[in-house]
Design a protein around this ligand. Structure first.
Ligand code: FA5
Length: 339
């Protein structure tokens, strides 16, 4: 018996593959598809079966290559058949979906979570909310009045130096806008629009041209607190900050108040927290200065209150044991996944 030439065998396979492709993709309903299935891959009289029988007549040396081509063609027709079945069942079709069984359980989609600073902000809002402080927002682009003047920081004050602020290059010569350098701006915005009593917190971004290091970043977040109520004293301020610190960081946190100066509070203190045997400055605080109350139209003889501003990155670092706040901004998922 003469051997079947390999080229003939491969030619048969190729025409079978294109005929199967045309018939399976043209099948308009289940019975047409079943007919095509039987014609091409039917177990007894299918065309693929007929070609398989030719394998036996090939030259021994040609058999490995012929067998491989045969298996490839068989797999390709099985895929075409599955795609056609999916198409007629109304399921996904097309190259990408071929061979996907949508009834099988999928891979577990990895779940993300909020950034540690966002988690911190929400936790602070929640704790302060329980103490009666409503959460409010303010703009990040500010004018001179809200960032400085109403806070008793006059034109000649070094805090307004162009080298210490991000002024915006817009044509408002006498009153250039800037990226706010502190959230104390929100104290003014709230007091201008509301009457006491007030209890608010505002958490948001602030900007300063500081060199980045383990405790500084040019863009960071602050939490501002403001309470205006009759009879408020420094004792209330210290109690609120201690309560906040122990709720946020755990009962064993030590808080220290150092005399300090801010133009918009009198008296003023720095608020430090102990961490690993060292004291770290977390923020500033004090009784709202009468000049500020006057600037927003309140009568300093009638109302008093306290304000504080803490660095969110610093309290987050203290809480999570992060030694360098720059890690919050490196976007390294190996770091972020730990929170
Ligand atoms: C203020 O910004 C005052 N507005 C705080 C205040 C509010 C005082 C209300 C009185 C009443 P200070 O410049 O010290 O204060 O900044 C407050 C805190 O922000 C700092 O203690 C620190 O925790 C954080 N902070 C300051 N600069 C940076 C920076 N570059 N990167 C990260 N955190 C910073």
């Amino acid at each position: 018996m003469t051997a079947v030439p390999l080229a003939t065998f491969l030619g048969e396979l190729e025409s079978l593959r294109s005929a199967a492709s045309a018939a399976l993709s043209a099948a308009a309903d289940a019975s047409a598809l079943e007919a095509a299935r039987i014609e091409f891959v039917g177990a007894r009289a299918g065309r693929l079966k007929a070609i398989q029988k030719l394998l036996g007549g090939l030259d021994v040396a040609d058999k490995p290559a012929a067998g491989k081509h045969f298996n490839d063609t068989k797999a390709a027709i099985a895929e075409l058949l599955a795609a056609a079945q999916g198409r007629l069942a109304g399921g996904p079709s097309g190259g990408v979906a071929q061979g996907i069984d949508v009834t099988l359980p999928g891979d577990r989609v990895p779940l993300g979570h909020f950034h540690p600073l966002t988690q911190t902000i929400r936790r602070v809002q929640e704790i302060m909310g329980r103490l009666g402080f409503e959460s409010v927002d303010g703009p990040e682009v500010e004018d001179q009045w809200h960032n400085f003047e109403a806070l008793a920081i006059p034109a000649a004050h070094p805090a307004r130096d162009p080298l210490d602020n991000f002024y915006l290059a817009v044509a408002r010569e006498a009153d250039p806008l800037l990226l706010r350098s502190q959230t104390s701006t929100v104290q003014i915005r709230v007091m201008e629009n509301r009457e006491p009593p007030l209890r608010i917190v505002s958490l948001g971004r602030v900007y300063r041209p500081d060199t980045a290091d383990a405790t500084h970043y040019p863009m960071f977040h602050q939490v501002e607190g403001l309470l205006i109520e009759p009879g408020t004293t420094m004792a209330h301020l210290k109690s609120v900050l201690r309560l906040f610190a122990s709720s946020f960081l755990g009962g064993d946190v030590h808080v220290r108040f150092r005399p300090s100066f801010f133009p918009f509070t009198e008296p003023s203190v720095e608020v430090d927290m102990e961490w690993g045997g060292r004291w770290i400055e977390m923020g500033g605080a004090g009784m709202v200065d009468p000049a500020v109350l006057e600037a927003v139209g309140y009568d300093p003889d009638q109302v008093s209150g306290f304000a504080f501003g803490l660095g969110v990155e610093r309290i987050a670092a203290r809480r999570y044991g992060v030694a360098d706040i720059r890690d919050f901004y490196r976007n390294d998922v190996r770091f972020l996944r730990q929170f």
